[in-house]
Design a protein around this ligand. Sequence first.
Ligand code: NAD
Ligand code: TDX
Length: 350
Amino acid sequence: MENILITGGAGFIGSHVVRLFVKKYPNKNIINLDALTYAGNLENLKDIEGEKNYTFEKADICELEHINFLFKKYAIDSVIHLAAESHVDRSIKDPLAFARTNVMGTLNLLQAAKDNWGDDFTNKLFYHISTDEVYGSLDDKGFFTENSPYDPHSPYSASKASSDHFVRSFYDTYQLPVIISNCSNNYGSYQFPEKLIPLFINNICNKKQLPVYGNGENVRDWLFVEDHARAIDIIFHNGNIGDTYNIGGFNEWKNIDLIKVLIKTVDKVLGNPVGTSDKLINFVKDRKGHDYRYAIDSTKLKEELGWEPSLQFEEGIEKTVKWYLENQDWVKNVTSGDYQNYYKEMYENK
Ligand code: NAD
Ligand code: TDX
């Protein structure tokens, strides 16, 4: 049986990828490796616990000896690498944590793959999951393509850019079989409520202010997380070794317009009169180095591998809002403890 190591599988996107692979491929062993940081939560995978082809290993990708041990223990054939520090605001406060996990952690995994796979890379693959933020910021025109130059601005995007470069260097230097994909902003179930969409859904439900950075004119390109997981499946199985694939939904929104859709949807689902939560919008100090616009051109993925997003945005947002409202235990669980300190420091003690 093929043994696939998925790192960061207890996080937001990783949990959707693990679930998809465990259910769709009963004849492949899925090993989920995750350090269970504040962002990792095994509750995200409760429905597949106990499946025969699924194993969880608590491990830190920065500990090379442990990673080497696990490569041997499970005779790992391929890696889908999602483990990372992923929140831009946290990277502004603590850039070193991002260099440690995103750069050194990725380099450790590459080194472990190279050392454990020896000279024979037949049926081996190191698939690295990255972000559109490595390409920097766009003005009102144009899109990021696979050939756009790297121009990261935040410590988060700089660390992801660096990890992408290390992945390519292992292909160029050692011919390690690698693929990279760079995706736009994801939304959907199990996203930690530090990111815009789950944070704002939760705040609207609790009648708390909605902190809009700057003038709210920044643009992001949003993709439903299950469409990202499907793209990862297709690229993992059919992508060209050495290639990069951009993943995005051609679905750009100014933050302020997106926030209005969120407010409308939450009010509708809660049965509130139209306009009830509009007054929660609160323009606050801008994020430092805030990138203006991200927009992905995913034509290559569509033309070469036949992937397309499956959902209209309003439909995806309604599904997401309902999920958060129906899963209040999950929300309460992840917003207790340390989250309260984070929230106070970010949004209240200013
Ligand atoms: P997340 O923060 O929800 O999850 C990250 C996971 O990695 C958590 O389970 C955490 O416990 C684990 N982790 C962190 N440090 C670790 C370490 N040292 N060792 C082992 N595990 C560790 O992140 P996400 O939003 O699901 O993002 C997953 C990946 O996708 C990241 O690489 C991110 O850069 C990339 N990405 C995210 C988005 C997005 O919109 N969220 C878009 C494009 C790309
Ligand atoms: O409180 C907020 N107020 C606000 O106006 C927050 C948390 C965000 N914003 C703005 C900043 C961005 O313009 O909303 C936009 C989206 O912010 P985030 O949800 O923090 O996402 P972003 O910074 O765009 O990065 C995300 O997409 C790319 C993920 O966090 C990354 O992991 C991914 O690589």
